[in-house]
Design a protein around this ligand. Structure first.
Ligand code: UDP
Ligand code: MG
Length: 139
């Protein structure tokens, strides 16, 4: 299995609740190498652009409001099979369906306020990482 990169966000709910440290610990323990990390506050335009694929969905405007309500931590990280491994560690979108031991099972409140984001495919990661990181910020 090849080394792969993925993109993650620790969302405003988890950052505000003081869960960032525990989530970063779970990421490191799972063998991800952090290539880029910063705390930022998304503008409305950034959140809309980032979630453009969901623009027509009924939850879009609530999602943008949520994602802009406070700081987030954005991360570029890598390991073998990173995309699938990070999705597994995150757990299902709806925390009621998330497996024991996953981040969303532990920290998500509901299907919207669900603690973390993860790229869903290599092509998505290839768009999402440069959306937030310049080449010079990836170490
Ligand atoms: N979301 C929501 N309501 C839904 C589905 C999704 O508010 O019914 C939010 C939630 O924060 C989710 C994000 O929109 O993480 C993106 O949805 P997606 O289906 O891509 O889920 P993910 O890839 O984050 O598991
Ligand atoms: Mg998604």
């Amino acid at each position: 299995m090849a080394i792969e990169q993925t993109f993650a966000i620790i969302k405003p709910d988890a950052t505000a609740a003081g869960h960032a440290g525990q989530i970063l610990g779970m990421i490191e323990k799972a063998g991800f190498r952090i290539r880029g990390l910063k705390m930022i506050r998304l503008s409305k335009q950034q959140a809309e652009g980032f979630y453009d694929v969901h623009r027509e969905r009924p939850f879009f405007s609530g999602l943008v409001t949520f994602m802009t309500e406070g700081p987030v931590i954005v991360l570029a990280m890598e390991r073998e099979d990173a995309i699938k491994q990070w999705r597994e560690l995150m757990g299902a979108t709806n925390p009621e369906k998330a497996a024991e031991g996953t981040i969303r099972k532990k920290f998500a409140h509901n299907i919207e306020r669900n603690a973390v984001h993860g790229s869903d495919a290599p092509e998505t990661a290839a768009i999402e990482i440069p959306f937030f990181f310049s080449l010079a910020e990836l170490l």
